[in-house]
Ligand binder design. Structure first.
Ligand code: NAG
Ligand code: NAG
Ligand code: NAG
Length: 361
């Protein structure tokens, strides 16, 4: 039983390897081919059911009863179909691909309820900042991870705290650049304490930076650990890292590129198409070109190009088992087609400052 299980597992794996040529690391053994004949490997319900069983085992999924199991199987099947169809449309190995990841038993509606949130893409009362730094001769690529300014990818779990992790992570980057110390900062403190936001029901990142400024700082993750639940604000929390202000960009891609070369920046985007994202450069397949609507907050930690395609590197908080080890690569330099950037990623950009940084520039 066990042996045949393993053999089947490797068979699926082998099929996948043999018909897919990828320039990125594999993120999931369950990714299926980018080739339209993949359907024939799963032509029967029995075969899909076996795949479902393997997937459940690998993800430690157990359902309460057989009705729930049957319902999840239907969702899984429909997701598999969608994944195969989308992967079959890929035109190059660098284009984004989808896989049967940990979200494969959630319908897009269920996924959206738990992980996506309409995020207002306005700046509140923050004033626009003209680019103040030196923007000549920017490097062709930047990766703040390689400069030690990015902490590990977090997993928000069953709590819509992407906004809090992204605020904390953007401050982590600034703090490293200014002080030399990389410290995990507390997303939970923002979930519990920022009164303008709704904790695990979502929040507003521009406000949350304002909360950190008014509070005189944000605590460390070690002192104020993540629980993935709404909690009561701890009054005696430390103000381990402070910021002086939050500045915003006006949507210009040049300004965003320039700022990204100086520090990680916070952005929001429409992530409707990213439930099964497994890597490669996402071109905004599910987004409207003229929309400013956003559903997820993330951090741009760098930019690069592959085969002539320019992309941003975005840190997410859906765990390392999503995307490119927790990161999204999304197209940039397409401002003529996408007035607010792909999936509105340029529409509401912010970055915190510490006076030391601005006077050093
Ligand atoms: C941040 O926390 C993670 C656990 O989520 C840990 O593995 C990592 O070492 C911490 N990073 C730093 C810089 O303390
Ligand atoms: C968390 O608190 C917010 C209000 O701040 C509420 O809307 C939401 O339902 C709560 N979530 C949970 C899981 O209790
Ligand atoms: C943005 O979201 C609002 C509210 O959900 C919706 O009414 C509107 O049509 C969306 N705009 C675009 C361009 O998708």
């Amino acid at each position: 039983m066990m042996i045949s299980h393993i053999i089947k597992f490797f068979l699926f794996f082998f099929i996948f390897i043999s018909i897919t040529s990828l320039s990125f690391a594999l993120s999931s053994e369950y990714s299926l081919s980018s080739n339209s004949n993949s359907d024939k490997f799963y032509s029967s319900d029995e075969q899909v059911y076996e795949l479902f069983q393997l997937w459940k085992k690998d993800h430690g999924k157990e359902y309460e009863n057989s009705e729930e199991n049957a319902k999840r199987f239907e969702t899984f099947k429909s997701n598999l179909k969608h994944i195969n169809e989308m992967n079959a449309k890929r035109k190059s190995p660098t284009q984004h691909r989808l896989s049967l990841n940990k979200f494969a038993d959630l319908s897009p509606e269920e996924f959206s309820k738990t992980y996506l949130q309409e995020t207002p893409s306005n700046y509140g009362d923050r004033k626009l900042q003209d680019e103040d730094g030196d923007c000549e001769n920017l490097p062709l690529s930047v990766d703040w991870r390689k400069k030690g300014a990015v902490t590990e990818v977090k997993d928000q779990g069953n709590c819509q705290s992407h906004w809090a992790f992204s605020v904390a992570g953007t401050i982590e980057g600034l703090n490293k650049i200014v002080t030399g110390n990389l410290i995990n900062l507390s997303a939970q403190e923002l979930v519990d304490c920022d009164p303008a936001s709704h904790g695990c029901a979502g929040g507003y990142y521009f406000n949350a930076f304002g909360w950190v400024i008014n509070n005189g700082g944000i605590d460390t993750e070690a002192d104020y650990p993540y629980t993935a639940k709404n909690g009561t604000c701890k009054e005696n929390a430390n103000k381990a890292v402070s910021i002086d202000n939050l500045l915003v960009l006006d949507g210009s891609e040049e300004a965003l590129l320039c700022r990204t070369s100086k520090q990680p920046v916070i952005v929001s985007l429409d992530a409707t198409g990213l439930q099964f994202y497994a890597g490669g450069v996402y071109g905004g397949e599910n987004c409207k070109k003229n929309s400013r609507n956003a559903t997820l907050v993330g951090i741009i930690v760098g930019y690069d190009s592959v085969d002539g395609e320019d992309y941003w590197i975005v840190k997410n908080s859906w765990g390392k088992d999503w995307g490119e080890k927790g990161y999204l690569l999304i197209k940039r330099n397409v401002i003529k087609e996408w007035p607010y950037g792909v999936c509105a990623i340029n529409a509401a950009v912010g970055y915190p400052i510490k006076e030391v940084l601005s006077s050093a520039m």
